[in-house]
Write a protein of this length. Sequence first.
Length: 256
Amino acid sequence: MSQPKKKSPPKREAKKKEKVVEHGLTSNREFKTAELKKHQIPVSNFLKSNDISVILSDAGCSKDFVQMYRAIEGLNSGEFKRIIICKPILEIGKGIGFMPGILSEKTDMYLKSFYDNISKIVGRDNVNAVMTKVQFEHVGFQRGNTMPEQSVVILSEVQNLTASEAHSYLTRVPQSSKLFINGDASQADLGMKSGLNDFLESISGVNGVGIAILDPNVHQMRRKEIVEITKNYIAIQKKKGNFFELDKTRFEYIEL
């Protein structure tokens, strides 16, 4: 007598890979940020502890990177809804002439370092998702313009603003937002017209405001040859008597 045939189990349909959406950031895999280096963690914690944070350092100490890292971290957690980038647009030496196109096309080249940092932090696959939450604000258009609520504002290269221009940003940041400021006195393209010292003195000691100076022996990421050449160049410019210097006696700060 023949055995009854066993029915084969029904085929399971392969589950489609669903996109993960976290706080507006869409990715085919879980959204993650790169890890900070050990010496950068105190800088990130400093940014968390103040409503207005100023970080001063030599070039090559990753101040822009850490501030963008903290901004994206807050964006990913829902603490912030937008990242606002503010940066003075100054050309070094000869100008490149008239630039055709709309404002974003004229300013993209000046924001490349921010785009590169975003790519390093979240990976190239997530850059476009983050960029939908990023906007650039030019210093010349700040009068009468209030920043969006629950934003993190990154004001980079504050040494290239007058004190009045720097203060114009402060007055445009709502209470629900945070302001990250950074600068390098040795790269003041305005020379003696830089408003950095006046600005720092005016905000020093105010509750909720912090000023930190990064130790180059801890944070410097550039090649030793470049650091030495830069020191030699600064020494030459100081001899000429037309070199802007940070006056640490005029404001309170901590060293990180």
